[in-house]
Design a protein around this ligand. Structure first.
Ligand code: C2G
Length: 726
């Protein structure tokens, strides 16, 4: 069969690698498991740091791997050139170290190339794991496409190239820039090859990295850096190959494509105006004017002004273009229109110095630290106009706060004019903060599960999660911290570098209140829990992988409530409290008077107060509950999966946890029946736990926060200096 003769040809796969440890394993696996085995795998370590270098060196067992190393970072072009110099295969294929080859990808490309100098496969963007399962066409179809179409994005990836073609035309990448260097390797194809075969089959998965902040890929660098590189490459290639009509047309096409997609963002920051006007102007001056004939009229106008070097008119036109785009977007729907009004009008209204806008758990509750801060203001008759955000416009709360419905026009108005924003979660990305605004982020718990930049995941439900989080948290002037352990985590996980208020959580003041007993009596009465019954509170968290849609998570109750009632019903009742992300309703039918579904109850702190025992899993609730020094049981039926696959923990939970980890409903019932023994057994661990996580709390956290943030007083108490480790 002809297949066998083709199998003999070696394919050199060139993989430049720079600090992308979390991806290279998948990348190499996809290469090593190709059914086409005659490979020469050339990895060029571009001066990665020690940890990354160590990691990659542990992967190099296969004899087909050629490992090259740059002493310091030289860039992708240099590395690819180095790879090319040592490539001995009949074919060459460039693969990036975060990307993945499709099963049989190389086989299909080799079997279809015939005599062509190169062949292109189809590329799929890789955002989430199931993108790898994209359905393939049942039959391989090869069609001829013009070279400039194959390389329309300027990328050299996912093209199997005949090495003799590379040698004949001395293909090399331009090393003077970091980005846009692929183009330089593409030029010979544009010069010498009219069309190339192209497949209808996915052969390459190109990962969209989810952490453009700590580890940006080349295409995720700032628009300014990318523009500088692009223009430099454009000019240089024009100098070298501009006399070829085909290359000129190709380069001009790339320039116009880049301009149309990116220019709207380049001038966001006025300080770049002169530099980028000059840069773009110099590039546009050598553009062939015929190439703009098919462009829309505003692009034509802008390009002509750039060519004429007419800065003032260009800026005017450009601003008009931006305004027109914003307006066009705004009138696409009421939601967009409100955002537009917020940006263009409300933000220009005078700021109200004594307005404070509060939100807790995305407008679902009147709760958490924002509530305590608000109540401190009312109790002390401080002169502020308070505004609360709720999903339900008819919410009633104490005091005379203005209630606004989340995302209504009034909501935007009050966010725009209020000097103070107090929120326990992230604000929507589109709520741009104005100058002079003070944002107090209270956050909502001591972290157990890994957060944001400490999450090593390569995929996530929202690939923009890390970037968005980063942008949102830049707006926080103050972040509350409940303990030293959290302060350290917030610095690394959020990359938070503004002021951390290490006062403990206002939400926990109630747990130290002198009126505790009255509160308990009132709350129990309101709920209908008899005085003579003890309360077990079950408050689990949510699972990242179990949802109906983003923000709406499933929860399957694993506690056997009927058995609990039988065994413990004489002494206890159970308060069930699901996380605010849980959409499933808990069924308490037939359990009247024993099980109370309090998932919609406003403030969990009141439920802590009325309960004698807490059952939770991986929720931060136990860090707060421990302030009460009451027993805690962990119902961790899915511990391995949760810890190892979903999130990973900051804490040696099994050893440091202030209570037992129980895997079955029966074990939980048993522990409750023998709670005195559990208490004794965990007494020592509990004390250590309290010391590490609760000891900043003294019932006065709210006062400290208000004095610092609103009244501008420096706290008069001693700041904690003891280092608790962790
Ligand atoms: N919560 C609640 N009821 C639950 C679970 C949580 O009212 N059944 C509230 C508690 O105030 C808790 C907070 O929501 O402290 C955060 O819940 P977690 O279960 O810890 O989960 P998450 O919302 O993912 O936040 O740094 C902490 C983390 O970000 C955790």
């Amino acid at each position: 069969m002809s297949m066998n003769t083709k199998q003999k040809a070696t394919v050199s796969i060139i993989i430049p690698y720079y600090n992308s440890m979390e991806f290279i394993g998948d990348c190499l696996n996809s290469v090593l498991s190709q059914n086409y085995t005659n490979l020469e795998i050339i990895i060029i370590n571009d001066g990665s740091d020690t940890e990354n270098t160590g990691y990659i060196e542990t992967l190099l067992q296969d004899k087909r791997i050629v490992y090259l190393k740059n002493e310091s970072k030289q860039g992708v072009a240099y590395s690819r050139n180095k790879g090319l110099s040592s490539a001995t295969g009949k074919f060459v294929f460039f693969l990036d170290s975060e990307d993945i080859l499709a099963v049989k990808g190389i086989d299909i490309l080799v079997s279809q190339i015939e005599e062509a100098p190169a062949i292109a496969g189809k590329t799929k963007r890789l955002l989430k794991p199931n993108d790898l399962e994209v359905p393939q066409q049942p039959e391989v179809i090869v069609s001829d496409k013009p070279s400039h179409k194959i390389f329309h994005s300027g990328s050299i990836l996912n093209v199997l190239i005949r090495n003799s073609f590379i040698k004949e035309h001395t293909i090399r990448f331009y090393e003077e820039t970091e980005g846009a260097t692929d183009i330089t390797g593409v030029i010979p194809f544009i010069l010498y090859v009219k069309s190339l075969p192209s497949l209808n089959i996915y052969t390459y998965f190109q990962r969209v990295r989810n952490d453009p902040i700590s580890n940006p890929s080349l295409v995720q660098r700032s628009i300014q850096e990318r523009t500088r590189d692009f223009v430099q490459v454009y000019m240089e290639m024009n100098k070298q190959y501009g006399t070829s009509e085909a290359v000129k047309e190709y380069l001009d096409g790339l320039l116009l494509r880049f301009y149309r997609r990116q220019v709207i963002n380049i001038f966001n920051d006025k300080k770049h105006l002169d530099e980028f006007f000059a840069l773009l102007s110099s590039a546009m001056k050598i553009l062939n004017p015929a190439s703009i004939s098919s462009q829309p009229s505003h692009i034509k106008r802008e390009v002509n002004q750039l060519r004429a070097g007419n800065k003032d008119r260009f800026i005017k036109g450009y601003r008009f273009h931006v305004e027109a785009r914003d307006f066009k977007n705004a009138i696409k729907g009421f939601t967009r229109l409100k955002r537009y009004i917020y940006n263009k009008f409300f933000l220009r209204f005078p700021m109200k110095e004594n307005y404070i806008i509060f939100e807790s758990f995305l407008g679902k509750n009147y709760s958490d630290s924002p509530r305590n801060i608000y109540e401190y203001i009312i109790e002390n008759s401080l002169d502020y106009q308070c505004i609360w955000v709720f999903n339900d416009k008819n919410r009633q709360i104490p005091g005379n706060a203005k209630i606004v419905k989340r995302f209504s026009l009034a909501y935007y108005y009050y966010f725009a004019v209020s000097k103070y924003w107090i929120n326990n979660m992230r604000q929507p990305l589109h709520l741009v903060k104005r100058e002079g605004n003070v944002f107090l982020e209270t956050w909502h718990g001591t972290p157990l599960k890994k957060l944001v930049f400490d999450m090593k995941d390569v995929y996530s439900a929202n690939p923009r999660y890390k970037r968005d989080f980063y942008m949102q948290s830049r707006a926080w002037d103050y972040l509350l911290s409940p303990n030293r352990y959290s302060s350290e985590i917030f610095r690394s996980a959020f990359k938070f570098d503004n002021e951390m208020l290490e006062f403990g959580y206002p939400r926990n003041d109630i747990l130290y209140s002198p009126q505790k007993e009255e509160i308990v009596a009132r709350v129990k009465k309101n709920i209908g829990i008899p005085d003579n019954k003890k309360v077990v509170l079950y408050a689990p968290t949510w699972r990242d992988d179990d949802y109906y849609e983003p923000g709406k998570y499933k929860f399957q109750l694993q506690l056997d409530l009927h058995k609990m009632k039988e065994t413990l019903g004489d002494d206890y009742v159970v308060a069930l409290r699901m996380h605010y992300f849980i959409a499933d309703d808990i069924n308490v039918e037939g359990l009247d008077g024993f099980a109370f579904n309090l998932s919609k109850y406003d403030d969990i702190a009141e439920l802590y107060l009325i309960s004698d025992i807490l059952i939770t899993d991986y929720s931060s609730v136990f860090f707060d509950y421990a302030n009460l020094k009451r027993p805690i049981l962990f119902f961790t039926y899915d511990l391995d999966k949760y810890r190892d696959q979903l999130r990973g923990f900051y804490l040696d939970f099994e050893n440091e946890g202030p209570g037992p980890l129980l895997m079955t409903s029966d074990a939980v019932i048993d522990a409750i029946a023998n709670i005195e023994e559990v208490k004794k057994k965990y007494a020592e661990k509990y004390d250590a736990f309290y010391e590490k996580f609760c000891s900043w709390h003294d019932g006065k956290s709210t006062e400290k926060v208000v004095k610092k943030v609103l009244l501008g007083e420096e706290p008069s108490f001693q700041k904690q200096t003891k280092n608790y480790g962790g």
